[in-house]
Design a protein around this ligand. Sequence first.
Ligand code: FES
Length: 60
Amino acid sequence: MFVCICRAVTIDEVHEHCDAGAYTVDAIGDRCGAGEGCGTCLDKLDTILNERLSTATTAA
Ligand code: FES
């Protein structure tokens, strides 16, 4: 499933970039371009990152 249509970035790719240390929307954009087109996906990217941080916090 695409998160960013402009750059054809899937949710799995976003998670892979997070796994590799990208924990901000800007860092994700630097790695794959997500969010650097129309900007429609920025809220989705933010939600994914917040969910990951929330999960990491509760798992610790
Ligand atoms: S959908 Fe991601 S920048 Fe347009």
